[in-house]
Design a protein around this ligand. Structure first.
Ligand code: KG4
Ligand code: ZN
Length: 342
């Protein structure tokens, strides 16, 4: 592997198209965000109650060039100032990923600049570091998104150990499925987040699965409990059910993450992924982390959900350690956290 000289003035243009956000961002020096443009497809997919892959790919194709142009314009730079072009190479929807990877490789080729294919999961870890680059390793990162739920020990840049993960549904998936059952709208996470503070989190004591059993988590049983409870108690308030469901999810995530941090003597806890935009998770993790002696870094809400600034930050670090990615790099729908796209 050949490393590559990167420094505080290296400008990365990054593209993110792994799921239902078309995003582009210009970041200098690995953490100075000059622009971050996100065009969401939520309204397009809402009527289907979830992301339709073929529809997502077509929408990325339409949105990508205007989004990239907007990112360059908002950054106040000329295209010639871009030193590196990066794109999410996986994991994600294959057709959606291909749009961003193909566009980034074409720009790199035409501009004669290096290309970096980025691992989307690694980029979510960098979202927390973007806001506070002074964080010290080892860190424990709770990565909670629509497709993944993992507790990760981050020992250094590119050095990860997965300590725990969901054995069934991801946390965001559980939010989305419960919200859909309660007819609260799509995506479910923000809908429940908004509603839950008006409800009683102790109205129903939903199970905290595997609470005292290692660092893995499980949310499928909780989702079934919610459905069974509502079937048996049709008059129960949706708001109380949402609040009680959310209390159970957050309780398990906080307890397990703090236990992981204690196990490895972490210097801090970092949240990442769409569910880390959740108000209760943010406040509970901050309070319980502080009580256990761990500072908790919360990415700004815009950095929790999919964006391209985190892709640029991860690309900057990967370029320094591994050098550019070959232009024969493909799109990898099932890329694992520790895999570097080639
Ligand atoms: O990281 P992300 O934008 O996309 C993936 O890589 O999956 O995460 C999307 C997930 C969805 O399941 C959405 O419902 C959830 O994050 N989410 C939230 C909140 N905002 C987004 N879950 C709980 N509370 C929120 N405020
Ligand atoms: Zn994501």
């Amino acid at each position: 592997m050949t490393s590559h000289v990167v420094n505080e003035s290296t400008v990365v243009l990054a593209i993110e198209t792994s799921c239902d956000e078309t995003a582009a961002s210009v970041v200098m020096g690995g953490n100075d965000i000059l622009s971050s443009v996100v065009s969401s497809q939520i309204e397009i997919h809402a009527r289907f109650g979830g992301v339709v892959p073929e529809v997502a790919s077509r929408a990325h194709l339409e949105a990508l060039i205007p989004v990239v142009n907007a990112a360059i314009t908002e950054a106040g730079i000329l295209p010639s100032r871009v030193d590196v072009v990066a794109a999410t190479a996986g994991p994600g929807l294959i057709g959606a990923l291909l749009v961003g990877v193909s566009a980034a490789k074409s720009l790199a080729l035409v501009w004669d600049k290096p290309f970096v294919g980025v691992n989307h999961l690694e980029a979510h870890l960098y979202a927390g570091l973007l806001d506070d680059p002074t964080l010290q390793f080892p860190l424990v990162v709770l990565l909670v998104s629509g497709g993944h739920t993992m507790i990760i020990e981050m020992r250094g840049h590119g050095d990860y150990v997965i300590m725990g993960r969901t054995i069934d549904d991801a946390a965001g998936e559980a939010y989305d499925k419960v919200a859909r059952y309660l007819q609260l709208g799509y995506p479910g996470g923000p809908a429940i987040d908004k509603l839950a503070p008006s409800g009683n989190p102790h109205a129903v004591e939903f199970p905290r699965a595997m609470m005292h059993d290692g660092l893995d988590v499980s949310f499928s049983g909780l989702k079934t409990s919610v459905i069974n409870y509502v079937k048996k108690n049709p008059d129960v308030s949706n708001v109380d059910v949402a609040a009680s469901f959310q209390a159970a999810v957050v309780d398990v995530l906080c307890a397990k993450t703090i236990r992981a941090a204690q196990k490895v003597g972490a210097k801090g806890i970092v949240l990442g992924g769409g569910v880390s935009a959740n108000s209760l998770l943010r406040s509970e993790m901050t309070a319980r982390g502080a009580a256990a002696g761990f500072p908790v870094a919360l990415p700004s809400r815009d950095m929790c959900t999919d964006n391209a600034a985190m892709i640029a930050a991860a690309a900057w670090h990967r370029l320094a350690s591994d050098g550019p990615t070959n232009l024969s790099c493909g799109a990898y729908p099932n890329l694992k956290l520790d895999a570097v796209p080639r």
